[in-house]
Design a protein around this ligand. Structure first.
Ligand code: SF4
Length: 614
């Protein structure tokens, strides 16, 4: 139906009931697929008083109509009420899992309740079983995948699971599938709270049968590959260098954070920058059916050519997190930190930021060896970084406090530590400095789930024009013009929400022109949409996320950045002396969105978007 399987599985772990529900056609027409339907279910079924780690919270997994049909679309989204922020949470992951779910005949899974003992879910071509996970409960996230494949006797089974961080309810635990992570917002902790270790999937249905016009899609899919691989950003950065292929360009503009966002220039950059990084790449890998190959297998050798590390390399966010944020220029320790986080199932962004916060607290004398049990938290101490990751995952010593995220740790430390708690709506910063791109500051302040560059990145439209969205010239990155920034952020948030519902990968955002994308949507679903229709779906979804948060008490008071980004200029580097004025941008943003002066969508806006909310 409309390019989808038209079915979601509802699995209640408390009473072990499993049902298959038909997706209603009007819901698909209104939300198209992945993110939109997931947000609608969350809004309708999880009231504001629900504790994120209680059985009443729900963990909702969705794929979209384009999943695994054209390049860069094998992705799934997981939404829930976030235990880190207490508001809306979402996280996306790539790899192969989404393709397998689609072949198994499902579009999504809603997990409810809490199992009495550790379990995993086995979906075999739409047949669903809840199975005992006692023997694999304490395994790490990579071992778990192999063990489940062994238990079920099929190496082609794809497994999404949690590691030790998830079972220990670390507030920023992630959900791993292969070596991809649904990283942000603590979805792994929600899974752990339900005693759910993994969801294993295998399917063998022909997904082409879901497509309305397969011959046309084949032709369009080839065009999409050409457009994607020839795109200027993909072909010069993400293709050859992965997400860290951007490091040097971003660093020139002051976008890359250093020393927990206090340092501008840093001599260690040369060891992490794009030229050095590219020398470490030995192979290129991709998610299923992606022509970009942005995943980089790396090899690190010592001066005697002995291999110190070989494996899938970290993403930009992880390299900046465990590298520049902590003033650590040792690549081997960054590879190892990434590996530990993948195994334990920790979000590398929140984890590295939390360690950065701890290092600043150490520098300021707020915590000492007494609290750290002898660990010296000086900048760049790579042994301490790796030890802290372990302590956090297992909630040992100071790890017990840091596992709660920066805001709660700051309260616990006291002594004015809250001044250095660099979070937005309770979620740690992603590694793009709002002082380098002011519109990114507005994006982070108004984000539905804390700061997330992937919810509407405006850096690209600050670098190259995007005429199809009305940006005939790049926007000025350090302008405090409220209208310009409001328009850039709203546009990119709506575009992203629309594409997150299809679901296309954020890395190729902008590579496939709307004209082609709309033809692809028509070939797959039969829906004849205009660009405006699609953006209106995105706007509807973004507003529904906002309404979920409004019900949780979110308003203008929460749409703020930490003072470090608005009052403390960097001394040097590409963003030296620059400060975004977010407060002054908000009225223009709210007006453009059709929200009240306090940041609440008005009745007229909800009516215009055909959004029914209570
Ligand atoms: S661009 Fe990279 S992350 Fe995105 S689908 Fe392709 S390989 Fe996966």
């Amino acid at each position: 139906m409309l390019g989808m399987n038209g079915k979601i599985a509802r699995i209640n772990l408390s009473n072990e009931t499993i049902s298959i529900e038909e997706l209603k056609e009007d819901i698909i027409r209104k939300y198209i697929g992945g993110l939109g339907i997931a947000v609608r279910i969350l809004y309708d079924e999880v009231p504001p008083e629900v504790d994120p780690l209680s059985p009443e919270n729900k963990l909702i997994w969705m794929i979209g109509p384009l999943t695994s049909l054209i390049t860069s679309t094998t992705r799934h989204v997981i939404v829930s009420k976030s235990p880190l922020s207490g508001i809306f949470g979402e996280s996306f992951s790539g790899g192969y899992w989404a393709y397998e779910l689609r072949k198994a005949g499902l579009d999504g899974i809603v997990i409810e309740g809490k199992a009495a003992k550790p379990v995993y879910i086995w979906i075999d071509n739409g047949q669903i079983e809840i199975k005992d996970a006692t023997n694999i409960w304490e395994s790490d996230a990579l071992e778990t995948q192999t063990k489940i494949q062994e238990i079920l006797g099929d190496t082609k089974i794809r497994v999404a699971c949690i590691g030790q961080a998830g079972i220990n309810l670390v507030k920023y635990a992630c959900i791993m599938n292969e070596r991809d992570a649904a990283g942000r917002c603590g979805m792994g902790a929600v899974m752990g709270s339900k005693n759910l270790k993994a969801i294993a999937v295998r399917g063998n249905q022909d997904i082409k049968e879901l497509v309305v016009n397969i011959e046309e899609l084949k032709e369009l899919a080839q065009k999409a590959i050409k457009k994607t691989t020839r795109n200027i950003i993909v072909s010069t950065t993400f293709g050859p260098g992965g997400t860290n292929g951007n490091f040097s360009i971003l660093n020139m503009t002051g976008d890359v954070p250093h020393g927990y966002w206090k340092v501008g220039k840093w001599k260690g950059d040369k060891n992490l920058a794009t030229p050095r990084w590219k020398k470490l790449i030995v192979e290129h890998e991709s998610c299923y059916l992606c022509s970009v190959n942005c995943k980089k297998v790396c090899e690190l050798r010592d001066e005697n050519e002995k291999v110190l590390y070989r494996g899938l390399g970290p993403e930009y966010e992880t390299i900046s997190g465990f590298g520049t944020v902590l003033l650590n220029d040792d690549f081997l320790s960054i590879f190892n930190a990434n590996d530990l986080c993948n195994r334990y199932g920790l979000d590398t962004i929140s984890c590295s930021e939390t360690i950065g916060f701890a290092m600043e607290c150490w520098e300021k004398g707020i915590i000492t060896e007494k609290e750290t049990e002898g660990l010296i938290l000086e900048w760049g101490n790579k042994e301490a970084i790796l030890k802290l990751i372990e302590k956090i995952a297992f909630r040992q010593g100071i790890g017990e406090v840091l596992a709660e995220g920066i805001d709660r740790a700051a309260k616990q430390f006291g002594k004015n530590a809250e001044k250095f708690a660099l979070t937005v709506k309770g979620v740690e910063m992603v590694h793009h400095d709002p002082r380098a791109y002011y519109s990114m500051g507005l994006l982070f302040a108004t984000g539905s789930h804390g700061p997330d560059h992937n919810e509407g990145i405006t850096i690209t439209i600050s670098m190259i024009p995007r005429p199809e969205l009305g940006f005939n010239t790049p926007i000025q990155r350090d302008s405090n013009d409220p209208e310009m920034n409001a328009n850039a952020v709203k546009t990119m948030q709506d575009v992203t929400a629309a594409k997150d519902t299809l679901i296309t990968c954020y890395i190729v955002e902008g590579a496939i022109p709307f004209k082609l994308l709309l033809k692809i949507i028509k070939a797959v679903t039969g829906l004849e949409l205009t660009k405006e229709d699609l953006l209106s779906v995105g706007e509807r979804i973004f507003n529904l996320k906002r309404m979920f948060n409004v019900r949780c008490g979110i308003s203008k008071k929460d749409d703020i950045l930490p003072a470090r980004f608005t009052k403390e200029p960097l001394p040097d580097g590409g963003a030296a002396g620059k400060l975004p004025d977010i407060e002054n941008m908000l009225p223009a943003y709210y007006q453009l969105r059709g929200w009240s002066a306090d940041g609440i969508p008005t009745d007229a806006t909800l009516k215009r978007l055909d959004l029914i909310v209570d």
